[in-house]
Design a protein around this ligand. Structure first.
Ligand SMILES: *Cc1c(COP(=O)(O)O)cnc(C)c1O
Length: 378
């Protein structure tokens, strides 16, 4: 089936008991069994839930994986994937990943004897020479917030030469624009909180896999550790993915309009958006993705300028998160990347004047008018 059809139908059948076209919210903690050991595959709701399972099948289809498991948040999904790693193993991470991922790796998982190295993976050849041995490579592309592009196919080869896994956090692009499993990645992770749900009303995460052994382990871990996605959140995300194929082109169209406007504005020093032909990695991104998305960062040069811009905006809301229908704007240095130290942020180029915008699907004229007013206030 085509992608838009899968968005709407994959993993879902009319409910067998009523014919309801929408998968019900199975809000139950347990299931009645017919006799000892006799049940319909449902025993306890941490272990199995039909609403969650429908979403897992839907997301596995959209990422072209074999299976998927949903967790209580993007971080819970990340943590579940990291349970594939044993003490003493080394994990290499592309630099300027999501701040929460950096925090989980360096503050929590490093305590258990896992070694982490953060490296620039935007030049796959140089990375391959410099990376040394590792058991897992964890990347985002485009990265957060500087939109660095990593070559997924080349990095998959670099990982597989070491018998290591490549994991891609595909939250920024969504499977509508980019499907890393098709490019050679082993596991894809999403914060479903963002574009997949798309309506800023649910927190969740998913890990999508190719390998049956990984699927078995992630399901086992989901039940054993227990950070499951609730039936209601599963239902919300299922509802969200139905419109993914119409939301994403509109996000991108507005993203292009806003990025172009910002680039032409004299108070904006630099705009990071992979759709510009002179953006580093633009050509690689164009080969591995079918669009450039709606995540844009721009540099105002100084904290004072960001301090004046953000409260002056009326339509673009200042807040954490991204990927919703409404435009959200944030200040990475004090928000998503507050977990990094100032020297770490300086080394990455995440300045105090850097602002990130997740462009929504409002009328782009209104967004440009709001940004014009805000930039006038600087
Ligand atoms: C938000 C986000 C996460 C974390 O997801 P939560 O649902 O907030 O736990 C991970 N990676 C990226 C790229 C994100 O934007």
């Amino acid at each position: 089936m085509g992608f838009a059809t899968d968005c709407i139908h994959a993993g879902q059948e009319p409910d067998p008991s009523t014919g309801a076209i929408v998968t019900p919210i199975f809000q139950t903690s347990t299931y009645v069994q017919q006799g000892i050991g006799q049940h319909k595959g449902y025993e306890y709701a941490r272990t199995q839930n039909p609403t969650r399972r429908a979403l897992e099948k839907n997301l596995a289809a959209l990422e072209r994986g074999t299976d998927a498991y949903c967790y209580a948040s993007g971080m819970a999904a990340t943590n579940a994937v990291m349970s594939l790693i044993k003490p003493g193993q080394r994990v290499v991470v592309s630099d300027n990943v999501y701040g929460g991922t950096h925090r989980l790796f360096t503050k929590i998982l490093a305590q258990y004897g896992v070694e982490f190295a953060f490296l620039d993976a935007s030049d796959a050849g140089a990375f391959d020479k410099a990376a040394g041995e590792f058991a897992m490579l964890w990347i985002e592309t485009p990265t957060n917030p500087l939109m660095k592009i990593c070559d997924v196919a080349a990095l998959a080869q670099a990982a597989h030469r070491r018998r290591a896994l490549l994991v891609v956090d595909n939250t920024f692009m969504s499977p509508f624009f980019q499907r890393p499993l098709e490019l050679g990645a082993d596991i894809v992770v999403h914060s479903t909180t963002k574009f997949l749900n798309g309506h800023s009303d649910s927190v969740g995460g998913v890990a999508v896999v190719k390998d049956k052994g990984h699927a078995q382990w992630l399901q086992y871990y989901q039940n054993a550790a227990g950070a499951i996605l609730s039936p209601f959140d599963s239902w919300l995300v299922l509802r969200g993915t139905k419109t993914l194929a119409v939301r994403m082109p509109r996000h991108e169209e507005n993203g292009r309009r806003v990025a172009t406007f910002l680039r032409e504005h004299k108070k904006v020093k630099r705009v990071y958006w992979p759709g510009f032909t002179d953006h580093p990695g633009h050509d690689v991104h164009k080969l591995q993705s079918s669009g450039f998305g709606a995540m844009i960062s721009f540099d105002l040069g100084a904290r004072e300028a960001a301090d004046r811009l953000l409260p002056a905006l009326k339509l673009c809301s200042l807040g954490e998160s991204l990927g919703g229908v409404e435009t959200l704007i944030s200040h990475p240095a004090t928000m998503t990347h507050a977990g990094y130290t100032q020297p770490e942020r300086d080394a990455l180029g995440i300045g105090n004047g850097l602002v990130r915008i997740s462009v929504g699907i409002e009328d782009s004229e209104d967004l440009v008018a709001d940004l014009t007013r805000g930039l006038d206030a600087i």
